[in-house]
Ligand binder design. Sequence first.
Ligand code: PLP
Length: 311
Amino acid sequence: MTPSPHVIVRIDLARVRDNVAAIRRETGVEVWPVIKADAYGLGASHVALAVREVADGFCVFALREAAEIELDSIGRRPIIAIGPPDSRNAADFLAEHVRPAVSTADEATALRAADPLLAVDTGMQRFACPAEHVAAALIAGAIREAFTHATRVEHAEQLLDITRDRDLKLHAAASSLLHEPAARLHATRPGIACYRGALDVSIRLHDVRASRGPIGYTGFVTETGRHGVILAGYSNGLKPGICLLNGARRRILEVGMQSSYVELGPGDSVGDSVVLVGRGLRESEVAAAWQMGEHQAMLHLSCCGQRTYVE
Ligand SMILES: *Cc1c(COP(=O)(O)O)cnc(C)c1O
């Protein structure tokens, strides 16, 4: 996917900061925003700078992500890398002030000097330590903190159970479990919940037509008798679905490589703003129309045009 020069992606950093502050207030525990994958396409360095006053720390997936943006000096908060370690050398992590997540006793031994955390498997069954190996890994790395990637409350409860009586700092909840008190433990690691409502993605209506018979590659017909054209398509991450045009929800009818057809109402004209997300059109609504998860839709939306930042 490449960004379209016609699509404007506006990122509201104040909204991201408000989201993080609200999560911290409402959960009553530490909040460690997840800024992996370039903060879900919103720009990790911008996000880190915007939220550092309200965040207790940051989560990246890999050490490399933190090093690339010099997160330690931008974010000025502790950093953990929650994916499998991308170095076996503790000095690499220490140099960037990043603590690695380990999932085996071997990794824990190799990275002991970098004060690792233990990733505990409670169901994901990928780069995390099964319950029966937890005790050995904790000792090998002199580990003081453990977490699990929980998708259900029971996963957080399992983490508690597996690590009982060990006096560890524990965390489990990502965005989907923020509202479950039993999943909060000592900290949360929200990703998408930090970014909801912060994106406003739009493109100008390039052309306006009265529809006559079957249209486009697929021979679709319009219900309103009018259609428009925008200059962004599937090479920019767009999919047939929904948009907002002069306050009304309209359909994106057919998507080509670098252009798409949009359903129009009677008052819509060339130059009007076609909103792909934002101004009341939620990420979740777009994701449902695109038949994909909200995380994936967020990446399509944040990466489909030129990013600009508003405070
Ligand atoms: C991505 C990720 C998160 C954040 O997930 P969201 O659903 O976006 O909140 C939290 N923890 C881990 C381990 C992750 O990989």
